[in-house]
Design a protein around this ligand. Structure first.
Ligand code: SF4
Length: 555
């Protein structure tokens, strides 16, 4: 196996990447290799789906399959090698159907099409051993000796960004929000990769195109969430449990959480959010459920200890699952794209085993004294007080905004983000999103003239809210986003953060601080390009980075 798609990748062996029989996340070599092979097969699907689209025959089944399949390969989603075998065969079957449809339509139009080559001609081996043999030639470093590390790095940047795009698009699609623009853009990106691109400028332009596509996808997901569940509103969320049977929902998928709440209504079972589902508590149609009892625990990397102590079943609606501890492996369930060998996988809507497990377990036996956080400062909540915010900036009451957000992780260097947020001067505001917020969201930040100093915008995809807010402020001050008193400090872990980063770069946002380390798949040359064109900087010391941000604004 070779995998270097996340921040947690192995960096101690001279080659930055997980290369042994198991990655640092727990992904074993067969799963990693079969994921590579699935992506190869998906490129073939996209080649024929794109050809069909050009003939006016966009294919909904292919569109949705691509989202699900690519999402399955994102870090901490699916560790079950056996789940990838049918996906690879399904890819070939969809590709064959599209190929035949393209040929038939071409005949009808009196034109001829040559069979497509590359991944479009891939024929999966009949069994697992054969597929693992095939996977050896299609990994992320295929052709490295010929094209060099910079090309491999840029292809990886696009592929990994695309994984994030597909994850967001999947969450929107299950809520009924999708578009030809999104599916065509995803197909185009896969077709581009299938062609084995080698031109550095073309690769850079494709990465910016993907960033623009991701803005559309995040906007679509924002619309899906808000039209389905209402616009998030400032909400005080209980972070400690109350007495009673309990179910814990983790991951990102609001639709799955809504279905779980519906399935458990009136049954005397409390549902708690975990990780990136904390923002769900701010959506009117979700928080209206009386048995949505609050949030339990924090970010994904602490789940083994937190799940072990949770006295009820756990439902993983998306990433980030890690190897279940034996103390709870019989009461954790997966949904959708998520998988772990031996863990029970639920069909959508069938929560009967979860309810039965909740009833069989004791739940919490006492009320733990209430601790709370306030969330729900997505775009509308902040823009609703935009006049107040603008006035506070003009009078100098608010000096600066720091967006400190992104994914969390276990690396010791991530304490930087805690120290950074807590060291932000009292006359400045911290905006946050993603699960990185758990490092400081219980800190008492106070307020400035009634405006909270900590504004929790939501999940990582609510970077869209941050962009809307920044754009509105830029309009109010008649300047560009880069001229605002705003600094971005981004913690990244997996591929959705790559997609968001590409969006910010495509929008021309400069001087982003990125950590805890820079992506291992970027070569020194490529990092040089990002520094030169976008002013990207690695994080250094919290106090020094805050001072530099304020100094840049003053200059
Ligand atoms: Fe390694 Fe990350 Fe890949 Fe897991 S997802 S194998 S930790 S690079």
């Amino acid at each position: 196996m070779f995998c270097h798609q996340c921040e947690q990748t192995e960096r101690s062996n001279g080659v930055a990447g997980c290369t042994t029989d198991r990655g640092n996340c727990g992904k074993d070599a067969p799963t990693s290799d079969l994921q590579d092979l699935l992506l190869h097969a998906v490129e073939g699907v996209a080649q024929y789906a794109s050809a069909a689209r050009q003939l006016g025959q966009a294919d909904p089944q292919a569109n949705r399959f691509i989202l699900h399949a690519v999402f399955s390969t994102l870090t901490n989603v699916n560790f079950d090698a056996d789940r990838f075998l049918p996906l690879i065969h399904e890819a070939a079957a969809i590709r064959n159907r599209l190929r035949d449809a393209v040929a038939a339509e071409s005949r009808r139009l009196g034109t001829t099409v040559q069979p497509l080559t590359g991944p479009a001609a891939f024929v999966p081996a009949a069994d697992r051993a054969g597929m693992l043999e095939q996977a050896k030639t299609v990994g992320v470093r295929a052709g490295r000796e010929t094209v060099g590390d910079d090309v491999i790095g840029l292809r990886a940047l696009i592929l990994f960004g695309l994984k994030g795009v597909c994850a967001y698009a999947y969450h929107a699609q299950v809520l009924g929000h999708e578009s030809d623009e999104i599916h065509a853009g995803i197909e185009q990106t896969l077709v581009f990769l299938a062609g084995g691109p080698t031109d550095i400028e073309a690769l850079l332009e494709q990465s910016m195109q993907l960033g623009r596509l991701n803005l559309t996808v995040m906007q679509t997901l924002d619309a899906a969430n808000t039209e389905t569940f209402g616009t998030p509103e400032p909400t005080v969320v209980r972070m400690t449990p109350i007495r009673g049977h309990a179910i814990l929902a983790s991951g990102h998928d609001l639709k799955d959480l809504a279905a779980l709440l519906e399935a458990t209504a009136g049954q005397g079972i409390n549902v708690y959010t975990h990780g990136e589902l904390l923002p769900a508590n701010a959506y009117p149609k979700l928080k209206a459920w009386p048995h949505l009892a609050g949030n339990y625990g924090g970010a994904w990397q602490d789940q083994r200890a937190e799940f072990a102590n949770f006295p009820g079943p756990i439902v993983m609606t998306s990433n980030c699952i890690v190897r279940p501890h034996s103390t709870y492996s019989d009461r954790i369930f997966t949904l959708g794209a998520v998988g772990w060998p031996g863990v029970r996988h639920l069909e959508h809507g069938d929560f009967a085993p979860v309810v039965a497990a909740a009833r069989a377990l004791p739940g919490f036996t006492t009320d733990v004294p209430a601790e709370t956080v306030t969330i729900g400062f997505a775009r509308d909540s902040v823009l609703g007080v935009a006049d107040q915010v603008v006035a506070a900036v003009k009078t100098g009451a608010i000096r600066h905004f720091f967006l400190v957000g992104g994914c969390d992780g276990a690396a010791p260097g991530r304490n930087y983000f805690t120290e950074f947020a807590e060291a932000v001067p009292q006359d400045s505001v911290v905006m946050t999103l993603g699960c990185g917020k758990y490092r400081f969201n219980r800190h008492a930040f106070g307020s400035i003239g009634g405006i909270p100093r900590l504004l929790d915008l939501g999940q990582c995809n609510d970077a869209y809210s941050a962009i809307v807010i920044a754009s509105a402020l830029a309009k109010a001050f008649d300047c560009g986003i880069n001229a605002l008193p705003l600094s971005l400090v981004v913690s990244w872990f997996e591929q959705k953060a790559v997609a968001v980063l590409l969006t910010l770069l495509a929008l021309g946002v400069r001087n982003i601080r990125l950590g805890p380390t820079l992506p291992a798949f970027l070569t020194p040359n490529l990092i040089g390009v990002l520094v030169e064109r976008f002013g990207i900087q690695p994080i250094t010391d919290p106090a020094a980075d805050i001072a530099a941000s304020l100094q840049r604004q003053a200059a």
